[in-house]
Design a protein around this ligand. Structure first.
Ligand code: MV4
Length: 668
């Protein structure tokens, strides 16, 4: 076994690998960019090497820097995690050339699965079931059209070099074929530098079922059963589970054996995933991922195995820890990916500092794989995944109940997240039924993306209690400092020296405003007239753990209220509300004129700056094009103006709210 390994990754997967290495007594070396000096993965490792500036192309994607770091620290092997260099055959070769073990498959196995059409040809020879279609080298459009006719419409044109949905075109009838072929070829050429395509029967409502495989260097190979990852949004997985709902023992063995055959056909070693799409009784090979995947924890939960430990054993030349007959499934597991993104704004990635990050405590039923902690920032430089929440229980229904409960007790403040969206998916009756297909999210988008609910009376009452108790505490501290123990501030009946026994509290949330009229009640506690007219009696105490335990009209409610100056975040009932208290003595400049500058509406990359300083622009004219989450957004002039300064250029990464350019308008 290795004495020391280097982890060529960051975030949760780097932490995950370090954890197993530590348990096995293997020393760890982390690598980090400028943006990750204080990151959790650096703190967890025994040693760490700086490898460059924040952009991944200048740090985590630079194989030479990573190999140099391994040399310098005496690491014997490199774990690539997922993403970055994990499926880069040249990097795997470079590791071998430097005398380092790449903890992953042989470079040639990565290459064999890199091309879709070559992979299909290999799989065909290994008798792995393929979607009916054409994946030959002759690319004559007339031939492709006649193949489409043979397959029968609808068909799907895919880029041979592609993956992940890029360059795909659905063709519903023969009249559309040649036009779709042209556009698929153009996209394939620009995305992959290779315009070759293949044509397949298009399955309209498939499920995504993938099989975990493992092979060692001694010729053994096993499957660790399947994961169902059908709940996806634009090819991004949202919830994964194991085992797949409705899977029979016979089908499981059939798919598992096909997956093992696929791995053996390319001389595979290490952890791999064979992806299938399944419809009805049929399943077909899609692609093979030659890495440990994000969703591997659900497999670990149902098999009781540590897949990183398996990877380390196999890479160091040991045999697989278990044979096929020794592997069994116990219970059911779900994983959700908590992302910094805004479901209300087309899931645009969000950035910011995690002011508060809270999940229920980890138990054998709940696992949290995270690469960040409270106080860390989510930046534009890397994938915005915050953590993975994984639950396990004896059966699917119990595990799903645990997932819902865990999401209801997950509170993240400081960055917008998909937590409420995940909770809506987990709560959906069609998902509870099990066995949804890849169209689930689109089909139920209306249920899953409800308009955000306004703060209700309970939420406002909790914020008001926090404000009133803060005022009382400040006053009490003032009295203590002045040694005036008999100060009327200590009285709880609301008597006030300045006679201010009632207050109007004006809370703002987004565009909405809420006014409460609150005061001390004659019998003790507080009484508030709520915005809708209801009257509530309120009492509350802060508990040791920072929770506010309140009594609202006789109901006992426990919530977390984070209070920072005029800003209150109320975390209650699985929802989070940000309320801003308008201070009557120091009113904010509401409706401040921001005409003089133009800021980035979201974090992303500048694709083009269409104007120069001095340019006169018209209302509606495109000034800057910003790319975020693989989509382009045009930023236009709100009124006629002259550009005075431009702060960024094409290729720059910008954070949400960054000033892009300054404008002079006629009335300035
Ligand atoms: C398909 C398909 C239907 N029929 N192939 C999407 C990305 C790539 N991994 C393969 N994909 C698909 N290939 C045929 N012949 C539907 C998809 C597909 C999909 C597959 C798995 C999970 C989610 C998906 C979402 C949309 C489309």
């Amino acid at each position: 076994m290795f004495d020391k390994i280097l982890i060529a990754n960051r975030g949760e997967i780097a932490c995950r690998v370090i954890e197993t290495a530590r348990r096995m007594g293997i020393a760890t070396v982390a690598v980090y960019s400028d943006a990750d000096r204080d990151a959790l993965h650096v703190a967890c490792a025994d040693e760490a090497c700086h490898i460059g500036p924040a952009p991944a192309t200048e740090s985590y994607l630079l194989g030479a820097k990573i190999i140099e770091a391994a040399r310098r620290t005496g690491a014997q092997a490199v774990h690539p995690g997922y993403g970055f260099l994990s499926e880069n055959a040249e990097f795997a070769d470079a590791c071998a050339d430097a005398g380092l073990t790449f903890i992953g498959p042989p470079a040639d196995a990565i290459r064999a699965m890199g091309s879709k059409s070559e992979a299909k040809a290999l799989m065909e020879r290994a008798s792995v079931p393929l979607v009916p279609g054409y994946h030959g080298t002759d690319q004559d459009p007339a031939l492709l059209a006649s193949e489409a006719e043979k397959i029968g419409y609808p068909v799907l044109i895919k880029a041979s070099a592609g993956g992940g949905g890029k360059g795909m075109r659905i063709v519903r009838s023969a009249v559309e074929f040649l036009a779709s072929l042209d556009s698929a070829k153009r996209e394939a050429a620009s995305s992959f530098g290779d315009e070759r395509v293949l044509v397949e029967k298009y399955l309209t409502a498939p499920r995504h079922i993938e099989v975990q495989v493992f092979a060692d260097s001694l010729g053994n190979a096993v499957y660790l059963f399947e994961r169902d990852c059908s709940v996806q949004r634009r090819h991004q997985k949202v919830i994964e589970e194991a085992p797949a709902p409705g899977m029979t023992e016979a089908r499981r063995a059939e798919m598992g054996e096909a997956a093992v055959a696929a791995a053996q056909a390319i001389g595979y070693q290490g952890a791999g995933t064979v992806e299938f799409i399944a419809e009805g009784e049929d399943f077909y090979f899609m692609e093979m991922n030659t890495r440990l995947q994000v969703e591997h924890p659900v497999t670990e939960m149902i098999t009781g195995q540590d897949l990183v430990e398996w990877q380390l054993r196999v890479a160091s030349g040991e045999a697989l820890p278990l044979s096929q007959s020794e592997l069994t499934i116990s219970g059911h597991a779900f994983e959700v990916r908590l992302y910094a993104e805004d479901p209300q704004r087309d899931f645009l990635p969000a950035t910011g500092r995690l002011l508060h990050f809270e999940t229920p405590p980890q138990t054998r039923h709940l696992r949290l794989d995270s690469g960040v902690r409270t106080g860390d920032s989510v930046t534009v430089y890397y994938d915005p995944m915050i953590a993975k929440l994984i639950v396990w229980d004896r059966d699917r229904a119990s595990a799903l109940a645990r997932l819902r409960a865990a999401l209801a007790e997950t509170y993240i403040v400081g960055v917008t997240t998909n937590t409420a969206f995940l909770a809506a998916v987990a709560a959906h009756p069609a998902f509870a039924e099990g066995g949804v297909d890849t169209g689930f999210i689109e089909r139920y988008a209306r249920d899953l993306l409800p308009a955000p609910e306004a703060a209700d009376d309970d939420c406002l009452a909790l914020a008001a209690l926090a404000e009133m108790s803060a005022v009382r505490r400040e006053a009490a501290q003032g009295a203590l400092r002045s040694g005036d123990g008999g100060s009327p501030w200590f009285r709880t009946d609301g008597w006030r020296l300045n006679g201010e026994t009632r207050r109007h509290l004006l809370f703002q949330e987004g565009e909405q405003e809420f006014v409460l009229d609150i005061g001390y009640a004659p019998g003790g506690g507080l009484e508030a007239a709520m915005p809708g007219g209801a009257v509530m009696s309120l009492r509350g105490d802060w508990q040791e753990n920072g929770h506010l335990r309140a009594n609202l009209n006789g109901r006992v409610v426990t919530a977390r209220v984070l209070h920072d100056g005029q800003d209150f975040t109320v975390l209650h009932g699985g929802r989070s509300h940000n309320l801003h208290l308008l201070d009557p003595r120091n009113p904010d400049l509401a409706g401040e004129d921001e005409g003089g500058q133009l800021t980035a509406p979201m974090s992303g990359k500048i694709v083009a700056v269409r104007v120069e300083p001095g340019a006169a622009v018209e209302q509606g004219q495109v000034l800057v094009v910003l790319e975020a989450m693989k989509m382009e957004h045009s930023i236009t002039a709100a009124q006629d103006a002259v550009v005075s300064r431009v702060f960024f250029a094409a290729g720059d990464l910008v954070e949400e709210g960054a000033e892009l350019l300054s404008l002079e308008t006629a009335d300035d």
